[in-house]
Design a protein around this ligand. Structure first.
Ligand code: C5P
Length: 305
């Protein structure tokens, strides 16, 4: 194994997201469709002497133990039955996925780190062990071990790979503010105070009620894809609604908030249409990227810089 590994960690959008209720563990029960897009961070893991180090040209990117890359490194050592702290690797991050945007950058970095350090440190982890380690790092992290078009239940960590979506071009617009996922779910709780109690009881009581609700949501999503967090987030940030409308007006066949925001995306069949929509919505953080299949994520993950 070479002493350096460079990987790409791709962003995701949520094609839809239904919040089914508050779980007894404080998380929210979800039904969401994740979709990878070709917007990525590039992460290089280099064997080096001395302590574990994270380097990034973006000063806003935390480089201490709070970073999910660091926590993922700790998880890999636990998978190797080691109790010591990570050391002997320098991690260089080229950050392109905006933070606090609902595009999953931190989670994607964490999943990429699990795979890369298992390879660099020769830790023979099974897919089940990796999934378990990923779920402990964050609700979205297991998805990034898979990529492509994937249905997520529970906290977003019970995954069902779907057939790849017909290829599309995605315009992603990231406003000049970020949103904390915790805050967005808190806003949903306030807006849905009645239902929260109801579904919380269903969650504790077992699966029957949950399956019923999931079935209901399944029918709803066949009519139109929606993100239940969009309305509550837009209450606090009205510019979200304007961006969704602008993308629809520019010809997107689907436009929505991604995850808990703040990124908004619009989907187009043709690259040229996506590019002209991006020009209309021009901003410092507007991206045009194609959707990625699961196979493409795997293939491009290990592509060198
Ligand atoms: O798991 P992760 O750290 O990414 O989640 C961040 C926060 O988002 C959690 O602390 C929780 O408040 C909220 N969350 C939630 N339900 C989910 C996923 C995230 O309430 N399914």
């Amino acid at each position: 194994m070479p002493p350096t590994i460079t990987v790409r960690a791709f962003a995701k959008i949520n094609l839809d997201l239904q919040v089914l209720g508050l779980r007894p563990d404080g998380y929210h029960e979800l039904r969401t469709t994740f979709q990878s897009i070709a917007l990525s961070d590039t992460i290089t893991f280099k064997k080096s002497r001395g302590p574990f180090r994270i380097e990034c040209d973006d000063p806003a990117f935390p480089v201490d133990r709070t970073n999910l890359i660091w926590k993922a490194a700790e998880r890999v050592l636990r998978l190797a039955r080691r109790r010591d702290a990570p050391s002997g690797v320098t991690v260089q991050v080229e950050k392109n996925i905006p933070m606090r945007s609902g595009l999953g950058g931190g989670s994607s970095n964490a999943a990429a780190t699990l795979r890369a350090l298992c390879a660099l440190w020769r830790v023979p982890a099974s897919e089940a062990e990796l999934h378990h380690a990923a779920a402990r790092l964050g609700a979205d992290v297991p998805y990034f071990l898979e990529g492509g078009t994937t249905l997520g239940f529970h906290r977003g960590d019970l995954l069902f790979p779907l057939d790849d979506l017909a290829p599309a071009w995605v315009v992603v617009v990231v406003p000049d503010f970020g949103i904390s996922t915790k805050d967005a779910f808190g806003w949903w709780d306030v807006a849905n105070a009645r239902q929260v109690g109801q579904v919380g009881r269903v969650g504790r009581g077992g699966g029957v009620g949950q399956v019923g609700r999931v079935g209901q949501v399944g029918r709803r999503s066949q009519r139109r894809r929606t993100n239940d967090l969009e309305a509550v987030v837009a209450k606090h940030h009205p510019s979200i609604t304007k961006l969704v409308r602008a993308l629809t007006k520019a010809g997107a066949f689907h436009a929505s908030l991604s995850g808990s925001g703040s990124a908004v995306f619009g989907m187009f069949r043709r690259r040229s249409d996506a590019q002209s929509a991006a020009r209309t919505l021009a901003g410092p953080r507007t991206f045009v990227a194609p959707t990625l299949s699961r196979a493409a994520c795997r293939r491009l993950h290990l592509a060198a810089k």
